[in-house]
Structures are given as structure tokens and as C-alpha cells.
Design a protein around this ligand. Sequence first.
Ligand code: AMP
Length: 618
Amino acid sequence: MAIIGIDLGTTNSLAATYKDGESVLIPNEFGEYLTPSVVHISKDNNVIVGKSAKEMLVVDPDNTISVFKRSMGLNKKFHLRNRNYSPEELSAFVIKKLVEDAKRELQEEIEEVIISVPAYFDDMRRKATKRAGEIAGVKVDRLINEPSAAVLACRMEDEGEDCVYLVFDFGGGTLDVSIVECFDNVISVNAVSGDNHLGGSDFDNIIARYICEQFSKNFDKLSKEDQSIILKKAEQLKKELSKENAASITIESETINGSVSLTHDKLVELSSKLFNRIKKPVRQALNDSDFALDEISKIILVGGSSKMTVVNMYLYYLFQIELYSFGNPDETVAKGLGFYAGMKERNKNIRDIVMTDVCPFSLGVDTLNEADPLNPYFSPIIERNSTLPISKIGYYTTTHNRQKAIELNIYQGDERFAKQNLFLDKIEVSVKPRPAGDENIMVRFTYDLNGILDVDVEVLSNHAKFKKTIINKNMDLSKEEIKEQLKKMEELKKDPRTKEENQYLLALANALYRETSGQLRDYIDSIIRYFDNVLMEGNEQKIDYVRKRLMVVLSNLEAGLYDYSFNEEEYDSEDYNEEEEFLNNMRSGNTEEAQMDKDDLEEDNFLSMLKEPPEDDI
Ligand code: AMP
């Protein structure tokens, strides 16, 4: 019985397992690792998946479908040969095919599968992915965020120092940017952002339209068959441009006959809007993370589209740091899943690496909207991108005179109005009927990796307690497992202030405050306030990180070394040129500035840089 990992991609899917001390990719019947995520239903209702189905995209486009992962978890159906299929059903066909390939290749039954998902998939889309596994008839052990898997693959190869990675996962239909931290044997996703409607196929579309223009044709007016032929040629041209500065292709179709050439410069010019869209999630992830731009030590390239030379150049242009690709960027996530399969099998040859995750959405409750009481506001308690597990508190109050109960509706999402988010459950809290605002409640949300949300409410006036545990049914946890998880979560509810190491830092800082005066005293005061705020946020990992840094600063001060290296708005540079100003704006969250100052300039510079590529080959 084996465990396999499945990288269920928008364009291609892969499977891997852990064998003989290594993560190995599993080939399909053609001996290839990439199986196109394409499904075709034949005349006699046979389901065909992969390379043969991809061929049918041209021959029989009405009964062939690709790029359905984009709609995973959304209420969408695809019509193929007299029947409607949900994205889950179509994904199930792909999973089933990969499991069958694995059975044949490994000569073993497949016990469980681990499936990777984009880090920003919300609960609904994760549930749909799990359902796809169930439809395929396999037990889905865990869903793993794609960037965590990519970093795991790199960490297994590279025994390097602790560092912060930016995982740039650019596939056929999605861009997923994550900031991932590695400290000792813990991999934790610090922030994620993405665009699930941006990928290599957008470049194909742009190139296809450019090809048509060269023959004075309108792409949208071509037959489906011709569109497929041109798109295939466009993809070919794009891939050629990953090897050469210029490339050309020849087309022979009903409406277009001839050859077309394309250069890097022209491709950048045609795709300037796509580059701007690439920049957005990169910025967002950096802004949401705890790290400044110059703390990112490596960019891990993942996904087929990150092989594009122009994309690599753009990233190098933005960051000027090493771009790291683990062998083939298409295979990085699957390789990581293979290592994870080894960890699941408790293989002794493999270092036990802990993977923490972030919450890809906010969790909170509804609050009164006086202007429109039927449309309450959403008040997040656990913010998107918080490192899991986490425990956080929010305070709420009665809004009407003689109100006897507060009904808290619990939602997941990031929309301003509660009802636009995903409703999870509700809890009713009885309070004494008193004037509005006199009764206050403390609401604590504790959320863990297994999707258990523990809600504890305390009425502050009489300490009455109310509780609700919301379990993600998708996780298939047994009663014992739930009990065990809840026990662990109790630990989290302890106030970080009571932890010895945090108390020690505060005691040291307060002692130094007492001993000093003037500017130095103000400086120590700002450190204490900052650490107080970090403690209040309750993000354990951040607390650890900040405490370690502050400990060095305070120890230096104690030793009489005037260490002023702590600065909340860190790394501000005085003598920046325009380029650095853009980067500074990016990291300080001033995205508007960065956008206004540099958008035009950036494209010009980027274009001119392409004309004189940097010396080192990236
Ligand atoms: P994925 O979803 O990660 O399988 O990525 C597939 C995407 O990567 C498709 O849009 C491919 O056209 C693109 N791709 C694969 N190989 C290359 C290459 N050598 N150069 C440029 N794009 C590529």
C-alpha cells in the first residue's frame, strides 16, 4: 500500500511518491511526468484523460474540456456529450487516471492521496477538491498548500540557512505568490496572494491574437477548430521564446497560412497589462507579510509559465535576487508532495519537517449596520494570512436597550458586509436586559490546521460562558482526533504574556527603561509598546520572531552598545534613486505611490533592459 501526492494543476497534473529514500515522480503511459488536465468524452461515452484528450481539443472541442480547475468549488457546469459535469467530477477523472498510473507503476494499491491546492483556495474550493478525490474513490489524507510543498522540495535538497522565500507559482491558469519562512525544521507560509485568472494561457491568447492580426483576421470570429490550432501554435511560439530571443512558427489552417515571428521585446510590449497584473499579487503578498523586500533571500520558481524568459527577467528586474528553480519548475510541487508522502509513512530516512499554514481567509462575526440593519457588517477576529494555529479575541457590546441576547453569526471571508461571506454557524449569548452598550462580551476564536474553529464567549459582567465548536466536516476527523485537537487548542488560548520568555523580555526592557533617560529611554519605550502590540495580535510565530530580534537589541543596550537597529518602519533608505523609491513604496505598503510613480517608467525600463539583457544568465 502506497501513499502518493497529486499536484492537481490547471494545465497539467503530476503524481509523486517516496521511494528508496527519494521523492520520485510517477510516469504516465507515455513515460511522461506531466499529464495534461484535459478530459474528453468519446462517442461511446468513454472518458479519456491526459495527452490523448489534449489532442481532441483540436479535433472535437465540443466534447473536450481543459482549465476547469479555475472553476473548482464554484457553481459551474461544463457540457460534454449530452451531460453536464461539475469541475469536481472532471478533476475526479484526472485524479483517477493518476492513481491508476501509480498503481501500474508501483505495482501496489494506493492507500491514500495528498492533493495540493493553491494557498488562496477558500474553504469551499478546498472542499470541492476533497470531493473530487472522493468521487475518484480514493481517501484524501490532507490538502497541502502548493507553496508549502514547493519549499519542502527545496529544503530537502538545500540544507541551507534559515531564510525567507518568495514562491512564484505561475501555471497555465493561476498565479500564486507566497512568502514562506523557514526556521529550523519549520516551514511556515507567512502570507499568500494570487490571481486565479492569470496564467500562461493569457500569454497564449495574446500571442494568438497577434498572429491573427498579422493575417488581418479577427481571432474571435474564427471557427473553434481554427482557434484551437492558432492557440496551440501560440503556445509553441511562447515556449520557443523561453529558449531564444526570437522565434517563429508556421501555420497551415483553413483561414491562415504562413509564418509569424516574435521577439522578447514584442512579447513584453504586447503583454504589458499582464506584467502589471503579475505585480499586484507580488506586492500584496509582501505587504501582508512580516518581511521587508530585502529580507527575501530567494525566489522559488514554480509552474510551467515561470520558465518564460521574459517573466524571469521581470522578476529579476523587480527583486534583483537569486531566482531558484528546483530542477524543472513544473515538477517542484509534486516533488515536495512526494517528500510529504515519505513523512506520512514515517520514513526514518527523511527529516521531519513541520509545515504550518496560514488562514487564507478571515474569520469573524456580524455587527450592526445602523444605516441598514438587515445588512450587517463583517467584523473579522482572525485576519486573513494569520499563521495557524491561532487564538484571537474580539470585544462586542449590546446595541439595543433591554436586549436579552446577542446572536453572533460566524462567517468566513473578506467582504465588508457579513452576508457576502460564507456563513458557518451561529451562537446565541444570553445577557442581562440593560441599557444598550452596558453588556460587553469577549469572543475568542481559536482555529487550527485541521479546520476546527473553537468559539468561546464570555459575558464580562457575570463571567457566564458560551461555547461552540465548528468542525470542517471535510477533514474526516474521528471523535478521538477531534478531542485530541481540541486539547491542543486549549494550550493556545493561554495569554502569550504569561509565557516565561515573553515576560523575561518585558522585564529586561522595563529595567532598561528605568535605568536610562532621554532619547534612549524613548527608544526603549517604543520597543516595549511595539512588543505589547505584537503580543496582543497573538500570532505565536510572529511573537517568537520579534522577541528573538528584540532580545539582541536589548542585550546590546544592556552591554552599553548603543544599538538603534530596531525600527518599526524598518529599512527606510535616505538616498534612494527612483528605482529604490518604487521598491520602498512596495514594501512599505504604499502601493498607490508605487503605482503612480513607476508604472510607465517601469515598463519603459523593463523594455530597454530586455534590449540589453543583464550579463548573468537568469
Ligand atoms: P502548469 O499549470 O504549471 O502545468 O503550467 C502550464 C503552463 O506553462 C502552460 O501555459 C504552458 O504553456 C506553460 N509552459 C510550459 N512549459 C513552458 C516553457 N518552456 N516556456 C513557457 N511556458 C511554458
